[in-house]
Design a protein around this ligand. Structure first.
Ligand code: LLP
Length: 455
């Protein structure tokens, strides 16, 4: 049986993406888990469960790690742009902006959350393979850079922006022929991706954009995948992008930005071993310096778009243990008071997670259990097999590395309200997203007049 304590392993205070738990994780005098100076079981009692907890120290250290790595390894200008799809809220927008970062958004909702949180429009990038007119106009009015994904974007903007108005800054996204399957990658000429232009289309698009008065092409973008543990794919991506920038310049476009996308992996289970933020930035910086020198081009402003590696390990989710079902010789199910509506990643991607009991993290495991969610779906399992001490009903269970793509992908399946998020720091806890109430679940339902008599 697994006997390692989750919060002890892989501790890398400089690169939080390499840890299983927030960097401020510690034990109190009775051996109970604390994060951000707050006892987790106390947070659960006070704010209810399921509960997302975000550690400010980890968030800020992750930002610092990106900033410091660029300062150390890249002599040109740079901008780290947080991919807000990983975890979007007013607090996250405000924190990211206070760290001097930009924001990547893919919808009007994420865009408004960025602007309201204080991120200035000229530091926001709007992505998306099917942007609505409303999203394009909102972006234009707020001086947001629009990442052109396909011909439809060009056609819509040509119609929406009158030629007498100032142009909009745009970047061009293309599919570079480098595909990552998390632990391995392939290079192909064409990729089956809904995002971005095919490399063969670039020349025509650069030609076409020359006559678009509404457009100022300032950069080239590519994003090759997520939860990547290898450094090679991004290293190989750089010369492909440098060639695309060279071509854009030959067509007279003032391109200065090379946007390498996101993708750096994080640790979900003990066996995950992602590179540090510093080594990721270093490899990319060195590749950019070498590719641009060999092409006699000035260094670009280097942009990257980390999502997961900035927030995942800052977050934990707290659940209360409920029902127990033992099927002799097969398995024991422990049911939690949340599940696939607050963490759809296991059922969607078969993602693995690490967990322990909040007040007894070091107690020796006594049984192998399956942690099941409470939704009406057999596949609603948070962890399929985990060794734990015998957990009683009512005990608090902590699942680690849930800061990215959990809250942001949560749903109301089975009409279950979304959990609250609390931000912890130096012994203070503050709600930054309040818990949905069961009555609020009804807020968009309307009953036709003629149905009212039937009630
Ligand atoms: N930039 C672009 C254009 C992206 O599409 C993404 C992620 C990122 C940046 C950030 O990538 P990251 O640094 O987080 O790997 N829901 C999935 C992940 C989907 C990622 C989509 N795009 C999950 O839960 O694993």
């Amino acid at each position: 049986m697994e006997t390692r304590a989750p919060y002890e392993t892989g501790t890398d205070l400089l690169s939080p993406n390499r840890n299983l738990s927030p960097i401020s994780t510690e034990l109190d005098e009775n051996g109970r888990l604390m994060v951000g100076g707050c006892r987790l079981s106390e947070l659960a009692d006070h704010y209810g469960t399921p509960l997302y907890v975000l550690d400010e120290a980890t968030l800020r250290q992750s930002c610092f790690a990106y900033r410091q790595a660029f300062e150390r390894h890249y002599p040109g200008k740079f901008l780290t742009v947080y991919a807000s799809k990983a975890n979007s809220s007013l607090m996250m927008s405000c924190l990211i902006s206070s760290e001097g970062f930009g924001l990547d958004v893919v919808s009007a909702g994420e865009l408004i959350t960025g602007l309201e949180g204080g991120v200035s429009g000229d530091r926001i990038l709007l992505h998306g393979n099917n942007k609505s007119d409303q999203e394009l106009i909102l972006a234009y009015k707020n001086n947001v850079t629009i990442v052109i994904d396909n011909q439809h974007d060009i056609d819509r903007l040509s119609e929406l922006i009158p030629s007498e108005l100032p142009p909009v800054n745009i970047m061009l996204r293309f599919t570079p022929g480098i595909e990552c399957h998390t632990h391995e990658y392939i290079r192909t000429g064409h990729l089956d991706s809904k995002f971005g232009f095919d490399p063969e289309q670039l020349e025509n698009i650069f030609r076409q954009l020359r006559s678009c008065k509404w457009a100022k092409l300032i950069g080239i973008h590519a994003h090759i995948g997520s939860q990547i543990f290898e450094l090679g794919p991004h290293q190989d991506l750089v010369p492909v992008m440098a060639d695309a920038m060279l071509m854009a310049r030959k067509f007279g476009h003032p391109v200065q930005d090379l946007n390498i996308g996101g993708g750096l992996g994080i640790r979900y289970v003990h066996s995950d071993d992602p590179p540090s933020i510093e080594s990721w930035v270093k490899v990319i910086s060195e590749a950019v310096i070498s590719a641009f020198r060999s092409r006699n081009m000035p260094l670009p402003r280097l942009l990257c778009e980390p999502g997961r590696s900035l927030v995942a390990t800052a977050g934990v989710t707290l659940y209360r243990v409920g029902a127990r079902k033992n099927i002799p010789g097969i398995r024991t199910y422990l049911s939690l008071d949340g599940g696939m509506s607050d963490n759809p990643r296991p059922i969607t991607y078969q993602s693995l997670y690490t967990a322990c009991l909040a007040d007894r993290p070091l107690v020796k495991p006594e049984e192998r259990v399956t942690l099941a969610g409470k939704h009406c779906e057999s596949g609603d399992v948070i962890i399929k097999e985990i060794d734990l001490p015998y957990a009683s009903t009512g005990e608090i269970l902590v699942v680690f590395s849930t800061g990215a793509y959990n809250s942001s992908m949560s749903s109301n399946y089975n009409r279950i309200p979304r959990p609250a998020t609390v931000l912890v720091q130096a012994g203070h806890a503050e709600v930054v997203q309040r818990r949905e109430q069961p009555e609020e679940i009804l807020r968009y339902d309307l009953l036709p007049e003629r149905f009212k008599e039937l009630k």
